[in-house]
Ligand binder design. Structure first.
Ligand code: FAD
Length: 308
């Protein structure tokens, strides 16, 4: 009987650096250029290296740079350090108060062990189209701070994701901070997704941020979708359909139909056909919009189930 080659389970040899400061990390990354990769929680990078899908010659480990992990409310915004762990964000009171959509989405990210190591900067830089946080950042209209030896740039989440696992982060650059605008008391949020098992990557997901005026008119309606394209997608139709109107259940249904039919062209794969993903998106958009409008951010099943 012939034997088939086994996939490798150990990474190719690499050089390891553990800088203590952001300055040191940026110097190392500038020096090594595209030979180097930053290591954050390692929850995506290390498995990719073990399967030799990624073979960086040099790892610049960010885990000793304490200054990159923080949650700081500031004038009108919430600032999150790139190395802040998912689990920290999930439990942080300021995140719950100033960016509740982040708190609502995090229990859907993998499992507690992975959230204990994984970081927000790593998740956004990795740019998996099925990841929750990139879509959440689109819905919240966040801005990212990118730093390198050459200087600092601020990039809107809407401009950051450029393709499948692709972003505007180039070699030598670190995503150091995520800046989320705080919204007023009239803003509401909701997140939901459908996956085969809790903690699996979603077949489709949706994040909503809705602001209603005192008379119930919709001032802002941002719905971002995950797992229905090569990157997270901010719906144009939802905003076009709802802003300036009172979002009745009929208006919500029409907006969800338009968004599912016109904003996305979902891929089909072994997990779900394109048609099925579109239908999931339709249902999820309707659900998150209605929940946000009803001020009911947490899906019912997460209240009693889950692994939190
Ligand atoms: P790493 O793995 O360390 O890095 C990922 C990439 O980002 C690398 O290319 C690295 O060089 C780069 N990078 C890291 N930090 C920075 C930075 N600050 N600036 C620039 N580049 C940087 N994620 C989900 O969203 N949803 C899920 O359902 C989900 N399920 C998972 C299930 C399993 C079994 C596993 C192993 C992972 C899962 N993940 C899921 C991924 C997890 O959330 C990771 O934590 C996340 O994708 C990457 O974060 P990290 O900090 O581990 O980054």
């Amino acid at each position: 009987m012939g034997s088939s080659p086994q996939p490798p389970v150990k990474p190719a040899p690499f050089e390891y650096h553990s800088p203590r400061t952001l300055d040191e990390a940026l110097t190392l990354l500038a020096e090594f250029g595209s030979d180097a990769k930053p290591l954050a929680g390692g929850q995506s990078l290390i498995p990719a290296m073990n399967f030799r899908l990624a073979t960086p010659a040099i790892l610049v480990d960010l885990n000793s740079i304490a200054a990159l992990a923080f949650v700081t409310p500031d004038a009108g915004v919430l600032r999150l350090g790139g190395m802040t762990r998912h689990r920290t964000l999930e439990r942080d009171r300021n995140v719950a108060r100033f960016a509740p959509l982040v708190s609502a989405a995090l229990p859907f990210v993998a499992h507690p062990a992975i959230r204990t190591r994984g970081t927000i900067g790593g998740s956004l830089a990795h740019a998996d189209p099925a990841a929750e946080l990139p879509a959440v950042m689109l819905a919240l209209n966040a801005t990212f701070t990118l730093q390198s030896r050459a200087g600092t740039r601020h990039v809107r989440a809407t401009d950051f994701f450029t393709g499948l696992f692709m972003t505007t982060v180039e070699p030598g650059v670190l995503l150091t901070e995520i800046v989320i605008p705080q919204r007023g008391a009239r803003s509401r949020f909701a997140f939901d997704e459908i996956s085969r098992r809790h903690g699996d990557y979603a077949l489709a997901g949706a994040a909503a941020a809705v602001t209603l005026d005192a008379d119930g008119t919709c001032a802002e309606a941002r719905v971002a979708l995950l797992s229905v394209g090569d990157r997270p997608i901010l719906s144009e139709q939802v905003s076009r359909r709802l802003v300036g109107r009172v979002p009745s259940p009929e208006a919500v249904r029409d907006a969800a139909d338009d968004a599912a039919d016109r904003d996305i062209d979902p891929p089909g794969d072994i997990h779900a056909s394109s048609r099925y993903r579109r239908q999931l998106a339709r249902v999820l958009i309707r659900r998150v919009l209605q929940r946000a409008i009803d001020n009911d951010a947490v899906p019912r099943e997460s209240r009693t189930g889950g692994d939190a």
